[in-house]
Write a protein that binds this ligand. Structure first.
Ligand code: G4P
Length: 527
């Protein structure tokens, strides 16, 4: 197969949802239908249960699982499908945001009974801002839930999407009979009462098939016809270009647990979902078909074995081919690096591969060269954009508890920050170090990992910070000089040396914004 065909057959996407909506179950069923696994239960959930806040064994176990499930790849109908795993736990939301920089599209899973939940809103907002094509899968139709039309309204209103249904449920909960597939124009009904068997389904390709009326009853058939008329009148017809541009979102219904609507989702997905997309570097757009290799690091995973401090850096290939044992240019370090054992991912196994193509993810063994956002190329001096840091939600001073281990602590903090576990800010006034995280759980993870992997002991001290804002201003502007003088106590720099204002309250941030008009305050590090 040639280079262009290899690119064309790749589909790289992420599944996002509020915890418990069924992301893990759906992932597993996609692998099952893709023939990548033989039985359900093979993919472990990487959910961090709420009760596990202080259970470090659990965190370590999860880290192991999440390496295994970081990328799940399989081939279905000659398409190479790469599913990128996104943690559902809100404390790891930043991990998910970063993974979204490496996907070409997403599937959003929504629980039919719970509707649109908080975490879904946040994640979809990021996808919308980036214009990522979205398919919505409404799950758990085997349970009583909200009416399909009410739910589509809710999706439109809360998520700001423009939807068009590509399937419609027939009945719901105990009465769930099957799916009308608008995309393929056929009807699929459960044949077995227990609704669990793959393959044993009844198919109809016409609404006026007498067998259909016999199977679902006259009244239900009438309702179905009315609903289809309503859809034709109310929702825009599916338009692939609009979907690819992020302006139209198809909705499908099903039950991942019962294998219902999953294969239909997969069939529809491989037809409509985008091939690997171009990505913006500083001053130009890099096309996947560009022959010269380029890629970027979107995730770094520390090894499970504390004695070997090597890590796995996950690189999304943007253009060209990535080849084993070939020297590539690490742009930030201006250094040539060669990889003898790049890992590719197949279902839940890792394998060493010789060649990978745009859309693929390779896992590179790293001894501390990479940090999130790094660009790797065949020689070009480019830096990919769009992997910003967001303002953390929680801030604490970090103190060294063992003066003999200052070096270890500093190295440990550096490496954990490169992995993107949290962000480090250094106060201008006194050089004190502040850790900022998205969730409270990370503080415990950091403390535990510093001790177990670096032999360093730290403690935290509370600090009142509302938001970290990256400051943009002309050096010689009067506002900026005045701001630096007055707000000295609240100024810090991040790991890359950028100036950050640690506002202690929403009010003081507002005051600063009103007073210093020549300064722009950004909530992300990339502007
Ligand atoms: P997540 O990754 O999005 O957090 O969700 P996950 O797939 O783990 O699913 C959460 C729970 O919802 C699981 O039940 C799962 O079995 C159930 N579930 C998923 N899809 C469906 C569906 O289509 N119908 C129904 N009725 N349930 C579904 P659990 O009891 O929390 O876990 P488990 O003990 O079954 O693993």
């Amino acid at each position: 197969m040639g280079f262009l065909e290899e690119i064309k057959r790749r589909r790289t996407f992420g599944i996002i949802s509020h915890p418990d909506a069924g992301k893990t179950t759906l992932t597993e069923k996609l692998l099952l239908f893709g023939g990548a696994i033989q039985e359900a239960g093979a993919v472990k959930s990487n959910k961090i249960k709420k009760s596990a806040t202080s259970d470090f064994m659990e965190i370590e176990r999860q880290r192991g699982i999440s390496v295994a499930t970081s990328v799940l790849a399989f081939v279905y109908k000659n398409k190479k499908i790469n599913i990128l795993d996104t943690p559902g736990h809100k404390d790891f939301a930043e991990d998910t945001f970063r993974t979204l920089t490496a996907v070409d599209s997403v599937i959003v899973v929504i629980d039919v009974a719970k509707g649109v939940e908080e975490q879904t809103e946040k994640l979809v907002e990021v996808c919308r801002m980036r214009k990522i094509p979205i398919i919505v899968f409404i799950n758990k139709l085997d349970r009583e839930g909200k009416d399909a039309f009410d739910l589509m309204d809710e999706v439109e209103q809360k998520l700001g999407l423009q939807v068009t249904p590509l399937s419609l449920p027939i009945g719901m909960g105990y009465d769930f009979k099957g799916i009308y597939n608008i995309w393929e124009k056929n009807i699929q009904l459960f044949q077995d009462e227990n609704k669990q068997t793959i393959g044993r389904k009844q198919y109809f390709d016409r609404l006026d098939d007498p067998g259909l009326e016999a199977a679902i009853g006259t009244q239900r058939l009438k309702t179905l016809k009315e609903e289809l008329e309503l859809i034709a009148g109310v929702y825009p017809a599916f338009d692939r270009q609009a979907y690819l541009k992020g302006n139209l979102q198809p909705v499908l219904f099903g039950s991942a647990l019962n294998n219902f609507g999953v294969q239909e989702l997969l069939n529809c997905f491989i037809e409509i979902a985008p091939e690997p997309l171009p990505k913006d570097a500083d001053d130009r757009r890099i096309e996947p078909t560009d022959k010269k290799f380029s890629g970027f690091v979107f995730k770094i995973h520390a090894n499970m074995d504390p004695n070997h401090r090597d890590r796995l850096a996950f690189v999304k290939i943007v253009s060209g081919t990535f080849e084993r044992n070939t020297p590539y240019h690490h742009v930030r370090l201006n250094k040539k690096l060669k990889f003898s054992s790049p890992n590719a991912f197949f279902a839940e196994k890792k394998q060493i591969v010789d060649v990978s193509y745009p859309g693929d993810i390779v896992g590179l063994h790293d001894t501390g060269n990479f940090k999130i956002g790094d660009t790797l190329t065949a020689g070009d001096e480019i830096q990919f954009k769009g992997i910003p840091s967001f303002s953390p939600e929680h801030f604490r001073y970090i103190n060294n508890n063992d003066p003999m281990k200052a070096k270890q602590l500093s190295k440990g903090i550096d490496q954990l920050m490169d992995e993107g576990v949290a962000q480090l800010f250094t106060l201008h006034m006194n050089g004190r170090k502040i850790i900022g995280t998205v969730g409270a759980l990370q503080f415990e993870v950091i403390q535990y990992r510093l001790l177990h992997e670096y032999g360093a002991q730290c403690s935290y001290e509370n600090l009142n910070v509302h938001k970290a804002c990256w400051v943009e201003a002309r050096n010689d502007s009067e506002d900026f000089i005045e701001f630096k003088r007055i707000k000295q106590k609240f100024l810090a720099h991040d790991k890359s040396g950028k100036l950050v204002f640690l506002a202690d309250s929403a009010f003081s941030l507002q005051m600063a914004q009103d007073k210093y008009k020549a300064i722009t305050f950004h909530y992300t590090s990339e502007f």
